[in-house]
Write a protein of this length. Sequence first.
Length: 165
Amino acid sequence: MPLPPDSIFELSKAIWTEEDFDQMGWHDATVHALAFSTDTFELLLDIDYIYAWVDPKPPEEHFNFWISPCTLVFSNVYDFSASIELSQGLEVSDLSRVDETKPRNSDYIKREKEWKWIFDCQQGELSFRSVGFQQITRKMPTRGKRQSFSWEERGNPCFDRSAYK
């Protein structure tokens, strides 16, 4: 549900996890870069996450957005698959998790659940199995008229795991 036009958005925490999944939504999030850490079995994404949509204030006709650059890190990743046709970037339509099972290496990683994660994007689909994620908010969200930052506004792709102060 969008916020009223004159509302102020306050972020409740800087780091989100799979425990927060039902409160989150990645619709229209822009993926600037992705990387694989083969040493740690992680998938890292540099995204612009939309924390809130703001209703237009008449006579405006378009939404505003509270957005922030974030590092999204999935743990214990395997069975990665991608079917994407890129032209100008990667934009998420939806992120879902299905097929909850016990990890094959649960005794070693000390986790009892894993899911198949599916990124449905405007340009195709990414899917993989993982025990969960951390989404680290690198900068305090700011309000703007666009759903993502330009590279000049946000800097080059980044996988930093430092949350804003």
